[in-house]
Design a protein around this ligand. Structure first.
Ligand SMILES: [Fe+2]
Length: 485
C-alpha cells in the first residue's frame, strides 16, 4: 500500500488518472501546428489556458482531479499560423516535489495530511485560470496567491502579492476585468486562513496596483468559486459547500456538502462599502460559474450555472446521500432581483434545456447586458465520455441567445468532447469561438475555430495537435501586443 514514506511511482488506475484524464506531464513548444482549412485573419493574439496535470502519483494513493499541478499553455495566432507552448507553473509545491522526485502533499486543501518536510510551504497549485492584466500573465488558484508568468516563454516569475500590499492569503481564480476601466476586480475567501469566514473584496487599477481591499465576514466558511460584478454592484454567493477545521485536522476533506444550510447572496454597491452588504437567503443550491451579470437601476440580472447541490462527485454530503449526476446536473440559469428588495423580488428561470458548465461571453460587454452565452453542454443520452472534474465531459458546444431564447448546439462525434470555449472578439461581428476538442479515439487534441454566430455549421478551421491536452479549466484571450506575442 502506498504511504507518505514511499508513494507509488505509478498513477492509480482510476478514472481521474486514466484515458483522456491521464497526466500528460508534457512541457513543449511546437511551432506551426497543422491546420485543416484556413485560420481567419482576425485571429491575431494569444489564447492562454490553465489546468491541472499532476507531476507525480498521489502520495496517499488516490487524489481528486482538481488537485493537479498547474500547467499553462498558449496558442499564439499570427497571420494564419499558430504555435503552441505549454509549461508547468513552478509553484513552491512543484519545486519541492521535483527536488524530492515524489509527491509530498496530501489531500486537496488539507495541510494536515502533508509530508512533514513541506510544512509551511505554499500549497497552491496555480491550476485554474490563466489571466492577463496590464500586460502581465497570471496563473490563479482560489486557495492561494497568483503566480506571475512570462507571457512569451511561460516561465514562472514568482508569487504575486501586489508589491506586498495584499493582506488576503487567497485570490479567486474568477477575476473580473472591467472593460471600461481596465480594473481587475477580485476577492479572496478563507482570506485569513483555512476555514475562516473572512472574505476580501479587492480592486487593482489598470496598471495592476492594488487600490482597494475591504474585508467582511461570510455567513459561514464556504467554497466561493466565482462572483458577479455589474457596473454598479458586486454580488457574492455563499453556497453550502462547507469547510470544517476539526474535520481537516482529523485527516478529512476540506469540503463537505451540507444541504441543510441556506444559500446566502450578498449584494453591495461598487461605490459603497462592504459594511453595507445586504444579505438575503435562498434554499440550498450550488453554482460554480457565472457567465455575466448586469444591472438596470437596482434591477440585477445574473446568468450562472446552477445545480441542486455541488456537482463535483468527490464532495461528500453531510447527510451521507450519494451523488446523483442527473439530479445534480448544472443548468444555465437567470437570476433576477431588485437590489433594494432582493428577497421578495427574486426570480429564477432556466435558459437552456441542455445541462452544462463553463459559460463564457464576449467580455467586451462584461458587467453590461450581454446577448449570447457559450458553454459546454453535457447530454448523457448522446455519449458518456469521461474527462475533467465532473466525470462526464462536454459532448456539445452550446450557444444561447438570451434575447430570443434560441439555443443551438454543435455535436461533433460519439468520440469527442469539448473543453471550455473562448470567444475571440471580431469588430462588427459576433466573433470567433475557439474550443479544444478531446479525441477519445486517438487520444489526441485539436482546436475548432467556429463562427460564433453559426456554430452548427461546424469548424471554419481545425488545428491538430500531436499530443493529448488534459482537460483544462479556464482561459483568457489576449490580442497581439509586444508583451504577449
Ligand atoms: Fe472555475
Amino acid at each position: 500500500m502506498p504511504n507518505d514514506s514511499s508513494p507509488s511511482r505509478q498513477f492509480p488506475p482510476l478514472p481521474q488518472f486514466s484515458g483522456m484524464n491521464a497526466p500528460s506531464r508534457i512541457e513543449c513548444h511546437i511551432q506551426d501546428l497543422e491546420v485543416v482549412g484556413e485560420l481567419p485573419q482576425a485571429l491575431q493574439g494569444s489564447w492562454y489556458r490553465c489546468g491541472p496535470d499532476p507531476q507525480y502519483p498521489p502520495m496517499l494513493g488516490d487524489d481528486i482531479y482538481i488537485n493537479g499541478d498547474g500547467a499553462v499553455s498558449a496558442f499564439r495566432f499570427a497571420d494564419g499560423r499558430v504555435d503552441f507552448t505549454m509549461r508547468y507553473v513552478r509553484t513552491q509545491r512543484f519545486e519541492a516535489e521535483r527536488a524530492a522526485h515524489r509527491s509530498l502533499f496530501g489531500l486537496y486543501r488539507n495541510p494536515y495530511t502533508d509530508h512533514a518536510s513541506v510544512r509551511g510551504l505554499d500549497r497552491g497549485t496555480a491550476n485554474t485560470t490563466a489571466f492577463v492584466h496590464a500586460g502581465r500573465l497570471f496563473a490563479l488558484k482560489e486557495d492561494s496567491l497568483p503566480y506571475e508568468l512570462d507571457p512569451v516563454t511561460l516561465e514562472t516569475k514568482g508569487r504575486h502579492d501586489f508589491d506586498g500590499k495584499l493582506r488576503s492569503r487567497t485570490v479567486t481564480a474568477h477575476p473580473k476585468r472591467d472593460p471600461e476601466t481596465d480594473e481587475w476586480l477580485f476577492f479572496g475567501y478563507e482570506a485569513a486562513g483555512d476555514a475562516s469566514k473572512d472574505v476580501a473584496f479587492c480592486v487593482a487599477d489598470k496598471h495592476g496596483a492594488l487600490v482597494r481591499e475591504e474585508w467582511f465576514e461570510a455567513p459561514y466558511a464556504a467554497m466561493q468559486h466565482d462572483f458577479a460584478v455589474t457596473r454598479d454592484y458586486v454580488i457574492f454567493s455563499v453556497f453550502p459547500t462547507v469547510c470544517d477545521l476539526d474535520r481537516m485536522k482529523a485527516g478529512g476533506t476540506h469540503w463537505m456538502w451540507d444541504g441543510a444550510l441556506d444559500t446566502w447572496i450578498g449584494v453591495m454597491r461598487r461605490d459603497g462599502s462592504a459594511k453595507d452588504m445586504r444579505w438575503f437567503r435562498r434554499p440550498a443550491c450550488y453554482s460554480y460559474h457565472v457567465a455575466n451579470a448586469f444591472n438596470t437601476g437596482s434591477q440585477i440580472t445574473v446568468d450562472l450555472c446552477v445545480s441542486a447541490r455541488n456537482v463535483f462527485p468527490y464532495v461528500p454530503a453531510r447527510d451521507g446521500s450519494a451523488h446523483d449526476p442527473e439530479a445534480n446536473a448544472p443548468y444555465l440559469t437567470r437570476w433576477c432581483f431588485d437590489a433594494d428588495n432582493p428577497e421578495s423580488s427574486f426570480n429564477s428561470r432556466v435558459l437552456s434545456p441542455i445541462p452544462g458548465e463553463l459559460p463564457r461571453i464576449d467580455e467586451r460587454v462584461s458587467m453590461q447586458p450581454h446577448r449570447f452565452i457559450y458553454y459546454g453542454g453535457i447530454d448523457p443520452r448522446k455519449s458518456q465520455l469521461v474527462t475533467g472534474p465532473i466525470g462526464l465531459g462536454s459532448n456539445h458546444l452550446v450557444r444561447v441567445d438570451t434575447q430570443t431564447g434560441g439555443v443551438t448546439s454543435l455535436f461533433l462525434s460519439d468520440t469527442t468532447t469539448f473543453q471550455e470555449p473562448q470567444l475571440v472578439p471580431v469588430p462588427g461581428a459576433e466573433g470567433l469561438l475557439l474550443a479544444v476538442v478531446d479525441h477519445h479515439d486517438t487520444g489526441l487534441a485539436s482546436v475548432v475555430v467556429l463562427n460564433a454566430a453559426d456554430i452548427t455549421a461546424g469548424p471554419i478551421a481545425q488545428i491538430k495537435l500531436p499530443i493529448r491536452l488534459r482537460d483544462s479549466f479556464h482561459g483568457d484571450w489576449a490580442p497581439s501586443t509586444p508583451q504577449t506575442i
